[in-house]
Ligand binder design. Structure first.
Ligand SMILES: Cc1ncc(COP(=O)(O)O)c(C=O)c1O
Length: 399
């Protein structure tokens, strides 16, 4: 039996849905995109939802529309996917990496305060693996210092903080529909905002800076003339084929999210007595959506729970973690490191002269995290097998 890290949840509804644009002939930025946006806004409780080609392009549009550029600094956690920082780099601004809280894997609020300078323009918190960043203190700091908040909610579909869906705490929220996410359109993204001017700006910027979309030109009189282009825009459009898939996925969003939570709770139950593994934790005012089920390896003698470890200690457990992942892969069970510490990646390390301990907790998370397989169709037998093999491998490595 081979167990993948994840599997999209597609069925007859999705198969039928993607035929609709083929039959109507509207295959890009058309009625299905508009329908997907409406469904998404309703589900997330957002005033506006604007579809884009990916979360990376959603982040880029958010930063650009807010006028962030050369000379500006944007605060973000180091432990995130590289795309979060790349979006800042595209604008010419500087990403400033903050360390994380190892309990939640999200940005450490104290680090935000420590790294604010005269040049800081925005905070870019990430709701990593489906758990919200601590938005109340982040909003407080942003208000005190006159900073914008752009939420990287790539993993945040179905994630709630104090009863509100993520993407509604900052000026914008940016979502991803990559196949590793709870619902997928292959590639795809969404921006949420409550600001009508920004909504109009995003619609224009995603479409080369056009003042009128093709869909509007199609139904309006005077569509034979090209519209005015007042801004430097991009081609960040979503296709109707992707949006049709998105609409079908949205129709079963609650089922998908519930099934993912059930699987996560089952892991919690099966693994709760294993001292060598720190399981994901959700503070009481959070609803975790488990985009990924990410644990930390913490062998009995690991000291980072009590004090800051040395880089040598981290390196030793890192080796064991990699051996563990290799053994599991050998048994047909796909596992992954959680994500990476972006300040340690060649481009950022080199450009900004960052040492590995610039963000030590992010480094630890990079080196000793392990993601277990989780998907809607996963059976009890598959999940039991993952846990059994995990225990066997940990024992054989003497952890
Ligand atoms: C935290 C985070 N931000 C941004 C992205 C980029 O999303 P996309 O692949 O849709 O551009 C991802 C994708 O994995 C992510 O995990």
């Amino acid at each position: 039996m081979r167990i993948p890290i994840t599997k999209p949840y597609f069925g007859e509804e999705e198969r039928k849905a993607i035929l609709e644009p083929l039959e109507s002939g509207w295959v890009v930025q058309g009625p299905k995109v508009a329908e997907f946006e409406r469904c998404f806004a309703e589900f997330s409780g957002s005033k506006f939802a604007i579809a884009t080609s990916s979360c990376t392009t959603a982040l880029h549009l958010s930063l650009s529309a807010l006028g962030i550029g050369p000379g500006d600094e944007v605060l973000l956690p180091s432990f995130t996917f590289v795309a979060t920082a790349n979006a800042v780099e595209y604008t010419g601004a500087q990403p400033v990496f903050c360390d994380i809280d190892l309990t939640t894997f999200n940005i450490d609020v104290a680090e935000i305060e420590r790294r604010i300078t005269q040049r800081t323009k925005a905070i870019l918190p990430v709701h990593l693996f489906g758990l919200s960043a601590p938005m109340a203190p982040i909003q407080e700091i942003a208000e005190q210092h006159g900073l914008r908040i752009i939420e990287d909610a790539a993993c945040g579909f179905g994630t709630f903080y104090r009863g509100k869906h993520v993407g509604n705490f900052g000026t914008t929220g940016c979502f991803s529909f990559h196949p590793r996410k709870a619902i997928t359109t292959g590639e795809g993204g969404m921006i949420t905002t409550s600001d009508p001017d920004l909504m109009a700006t995003f619609k224009s910027l995603r479409d080369h800076g056009a003042l009128k979309s093709d869909l509007v030109r199609h139904v309006d009189l005077g569509g034979s003339l090209l519209p005015e282009f007042t801004r430097l825009g991009y081609n960040y459009r979503l296709t109707d084929l992707q949006a049709a898939l998105g609409v079908a996925q949205m129709k079963r969003a609650n089922h998908i999210l519930e099934a993912r939570r059930e699987r996560a709770e089952k892991y919690d139950d099966l693994l709760k007595h294993e001292k060598w593994l720190k399981l994901p934790e959700a503070p009481s005012d959070h609803i975790h959506s488990y985009q990924s089920y990410v644990c930390l390896l913490q062998p009995r003698n690991a000291s980072w729970r009590l004090r800051k470890p040395s880089l040598e200690e981290v390196a030793t457990i890192h080796q064991k973690r990699n051996q563990l992942m290799q053994r599991l892969e050998g048994k047909g069970i796909a596992v992954r490191q959680g994500t990476h510490a972006v300040h340690t990646l060649g481009y950022y390390r080199g450009k900004y002269h960052l040492s590995p301990d610039h963000c030590l907790m992010a480094l630890i998370a990079d080196r000793v995290s392990i993601t277990l397989p989780l998907y809607v169709q996963m059976t009890d037998e598959e999940q039991d097998l993952v846990v059994r093999e995990l225990r066997t491998c940990v024992e054989s490595l003497g952890l």
